[in-house]
Every structure is written in C-alpha cells, then in structure tokens.
Write a protein that binds this ligand. Structure first.
Ligand code: DAH
Length: 342
C-alpha cells in the first residue's frame, strides 16, 4: 500500500468497526508492533539521508492521525455499548412490587394505648410493677390479710407461700404509695395478671388490666365518676353515660361497680345489655382508709379513688368479640380485622 493511502484506508476501516473488538483488531493491524505503519518505519533504512527525515515526519503524522481516529471511534463504541446495556436492563416501573405483610398492633394493646392517651392527656403518669409479686403487695397492703375471705375471689397461682403471680394490677397502687411517701398521686398501671381459672369463652388464666389511682386533697367520688365518664366516652363513644352501683372490694370504701349505657341499643334493651340498657364494665371506689394508713398516707389529709379496668372485657364489648381466647391464638385472620381501627 502506498503511504499516502494509509490514512484514508485506515479511517474507512476504523469508521466501519461495529464494536470494540473489531476496533482493537484494526488498531493492531495499523499501529501494532508488526502493523502497517511500523512496516513503513522499517523501510526507512532503504532511504537516503536526505529523504529519511521527511519520510519519518510523514509516517509520524499519519500515525498520530490514525491514533486520534481510533481514540474517537473508541469513545463512540464505548458509549454505544453502555447505551445498549442500559436498554437491555431497562426497569418496567409499572410492574407490581413485592408485597410485604405488615403486622397489626394487637387489639388489646390498641385498647391500652387508647386508655393511656386519655389519661396522659389528663396529667396522669404510667406506673408499672412486677408480675411475680409478693403476697404483701398483692393482698396484705390492700387490706386483705392472710385469712381474709375475699382472697377466695381471686384464685391465685402461688410460687411459694409469700410469692405469687399477681392476680390484679392493684399491687402497683401499694408500690406507688410506698414510693411517693405521702405525696399526691395520679397514675395508671397497665399490665398482665394471672388467675387460676379454667380457660373458656369468657375466662383466661392470664389477662390484662389497667389500674388507676388518684390521691390528693379533696378528691371525691364525683371526681371518680367524672373521670370514668371520660373513659366510657373515649372507648365506647361520645353519647355514653355511666352509673355507679354499690359493691364491695376490700381496698376501697365505698366500692362501686360501674355500668356504661348500652352502645348497641342506646339504653332501650338488647341481648348485649341483657335488656337492662346497661353494661357492667369495671370496679372502683374510694381508697380504703386502712390501705392509705398501711402505705404511709394520713386519711385525714389526703384521700382519693382507684379503679380497675379489664382490658379484654373492654375490647370484647367494643368490637363484639365473643370468645376471649381469640386474643391469644395469634390467628392473623382475627388480628387483621384490627388493622388501622384505632
Ligand atoms: N383489683 C380488682 C380486680 O382485679 C379490680 C379493682 C376494683 C381495682 C376496684 C380497683 C378498685 O382499684 O378500686 O378484681
């Protein structure tokens, strides 16, 4: 090939290359150690001293021109390769994504959270106590000495004669009073409790309560009624009213049983309220003077009220759940009904 032709032919070949492999072959053909341009260099030996520099300069010029053409072609082919890759890897954003199953806040926890929100809004603190409890706090300091017949109301799991699984959240009352040493108190105490009951549709050996305790100057039964009316409205709806009936608990005097007006029939009478128009929802009362004294409070200066909410009972009434065991079986069909109900 004539030297003059080399640049033109190389350019055509370079531009015809369709991929980087072909371009590399072309590069080797022209610029490689045994390539065409190197071939012209070795011919310099046959030239005269005069011709040699001119010829050398020309070969170098052609070499640089071919190198530059190859560099440009290489850039183009690399870009082409990337574009092709991007095209083949394109993501179809209209495809449906992976489904992640989200959990549900357990309906009992939803009820507890609702109750907590309400009471925190009224300036209460949340107190907790141990589930493995001393007889002292579970019974004695709540005015239930060892031989008291009312102990039979709560069948107890004993661990040893002085240690038991708490049968209610009321021991947290005694613990809080001991900790506050005569100061005013406004607490609720949510938690698990245990009873030696046979499990059936309405009984469980383990369930949950929210205890409430308020101690201060001039706290009266009217304050208790007003507070529980707020609870009834929050959980069962704004139109609810409540009524108090006399009852007995060793830790309160007087003690009351609290009924809420039936949210199903609005008081007319239906199967849920057993035609009475009222549903019994919780126990409460004014803290017994003995309890105040035993826990370091002077009943002449400070008194107050207490109440015990059954979380399962509230939740069953609110959603019309008929079997308490639903709460403990982790059946997602049951639990998923409570997605986003709060
Ligand atoms: N501790 C009682 C129970 O589990 C419920 C209760 C009733 C709690 C009256 C109270 C109360 O604080 O004043 O059956």
């Amino acid at each position: 090939m004539e030297l003059e032709n080399v640049e033109k032919v190389a350019t055509e070949e370079i531009e015809a290359c369709e991929d980087l492999d072909q371009l590399n072959e072309t590069r080797v053909k022209y610029l490689g150690k045994k390539g065409l341009i190197q071939g012209f260099m070795s011919k310099m030996r046959d030239l005269t001293n005069e011709e040699r520099p001119k010829f050398g300069a020309l070969v170098n010029k052609i070499k640089s021109a071919v190198e530059e053409k190859i560099r440009i072609a290489q850039e183009k082919l690399e870009e082409k390769k990337i574009n092709k890759k991007l095209e083949s890897e394109a993501i179809d954003v209209t495809l449906p994504g992976y489904k992640f199953n989200t959990g549900v806040i357990h309906p009992l926890m939803q009820t507890i959270e609702e109750i907590e929100d309400l009471f925190i809004g009224m300036g209460y603190e949340i107190a907790e106590g141990p589930e493995v409890e001393e007889d002292l706090y579970n019974f004695e300091l709540l005015n239930l000495p060892k031989d008291h017949p009312a102990r039979d109301m709560q069948d107890t799991f004993y661990i040893n004669p002085n240690t038991l699984l708490r049968t209610h959240t009321s021991p947290v009352q005694a613990r809080t009073m001991q900790a506050k040493k005569g100061e005013p108190i406004k607490v609720i105490c949510p938690g698990k409790v245990y009873r030696r009951d046979d499990d059936d549709a309405t009984h469980s050996h383990q369930f949950m309560q929210v205890e409430g305790l308020v101690l201060g100057k001039d706290i009266s039964l009217a304050d208790l009624k007003g507070t529980l009316h707020e609870v009834a409205k929050k959980i069962f709806g704004d139109e609810r009213t409540i009524r108090l009936r006399p009852s007995f608990f060793p830790f309160t005097e007087p003690s009351v049983e609290v009924d809420v007006s039936c949210f199903k029939c609005n008081g007319k009478g239906c199967p849920i309220c057993k035609n009475s128009g009222w549903i019994e929802v919780l126990g409460a009362g004014m803290v017994n003077n003995n309890v105040l004294k035993m826990n370091g409070y002077n009943p002449d200066e400070i008194q107050g009220f207490a109440f015990g909410i059954g979380v399962e009972r509230f939740t069953m009434l609110k959603y019309g759940i008929e079997d308490i065991r639903n709460f403990y079986m982790n059946d997602t069909k049951f639990l998923n009904q409570f997605k986003g109900v709060k």
